[in-house]
Design a protein around this ligand. Structure first.
Ligand SMILES: Cc1cc2nc3c(=O)[nH]c(=O)nc-3n(C[C@H](O)[C@H](O)[C@H](O)COP(=O)(O)O)c2cc1C
Length: 271
């Protein structure tokens, strides 16, 4: 991918498409990339490409989308985090090709998508996304929706990244500042940005700051998907700078608020 920071900060959810089919070349590249997507939790996430018209698929927030991609994962602990991580890789790659996406976890007739994607017992399909080329002009409902959610802004770093203990703002060096900027700009359900990082003894511990109403049997915990997306930006950012990151799950036992949950820890291997 070209300049990762540019892709991450330049990407916006696309809800208004120009109605054109995804080109054969782009479809081929997407299919190839999908096969290579992994995640640190080794939980396979399967992607299914579906023609919108052929399958009668639509969403009230979208217009002009020629196709969709659905993600499926076995229901198990960390399935939602793995799902977010893997789906975000696809989202960023698609954007680098000029293809727009938006994760849709709520605003669609879920049964239709689950049927078209061939969802099986024991699996969940938390979100789908349209795939297509952005229209030159956004629809009014798209503009209103972005405004309502505040989609063009994010919380400041001091509310998200902490030093040693929850709530103590982190002052980071230049390299990490860029990486954290990538994390800050991650997309999330209703733009809630529920990820928090505490840096302790050189290890970055990721947490979920929970809001009510984001968990269901069909979706898992949408805010864990968000944390998976943020983690993906963190790892991709470091890898882009030639570093490697080891992700593990071992709660360090740092005191956190009641509405927070430990998710994973990241150790940078080479700097
Ligand atoms: C897990 C998840 C679920 C989402 N579900 C929906 C949805 O159901 N409908 C919708 O219009 N947007 C949905 N979004 C898109 C967010 O509203 C959007 O990413 C956020 O407002 C930030 O805007 P941006 O992606 O343009 O940066 C979802 C995003 C995520 C990460």
């Amino acid at each position: 991918m070209n300049d990762l920071m540019e892709i991450i900060k330049g990407r916006k959810s696309v809800r208004t498409f120009d109605g054109e089919q995804v080109s054969d070349e782009h479809r081929r590249l997407l299919e190839k990339y999908i096969k290579e997507i992994t995640n640190p939790f080794d939980i396979p996430v399967e992607f299914v490409l579906m023609d919108a018209k052929e399958n009668g698929l639509s969403s009230p927030v979208l217009s002009g989308e020629p196709m969709y991609v659905a993600g499926k994962v076995s229901k198990k602990p960390y399935a939602d985090v793995a799902f977010g991580y893997a789906f975000e890789k696809l989202v960023l790659y698609a954007w680098s090709l000029g293809i727009g996406t938006v994760l849709i976890g709520g605003t669609m007739k879920r049964e239709n998508f689950e049927k078209a994607a061939g969802l099986k017992e024991g699996e969940m399909m938390p979100c789908v996304s349209p795939l297509g080329y952005p229209a030159a002009k956004k629809s009014l409902k798209d503009i209103m929706m972005r405004k309502g959610i505040g989609a063009d802004s994010r919380m400041p770093g001091e509310k998200l990244f902490f030093d040693g203990s929850w709530g103590n703002p982190l002052k980071s060096d230049e390299t990490m500042e860029e990486i954290l900027e990538m994390v800050r700009w991650a997309p999330s359900a209703v733009n809630k940005q529920p990820w928090r990082i505490i840096v302790k003894d050189g290890i970055r511990h990721f947490y979920e700051k929970k809001d009510r109403g984001y968990t269901g049997d069909a979706t898992g915990d949408l805010q864990k998907i968000d944390v998976g997306i943020a983690l993906c930006h963190f790892v991709m950012g470091l890898e882009d700078k030639g570093m490697s990151v080891n992700i593990s799950v071992a709660d360090p036992g740092i005191e956190i608020p009641q509405d927070a949950e430990y998710i994973a820890s990241a150790e940078i291997q080479k700097i």
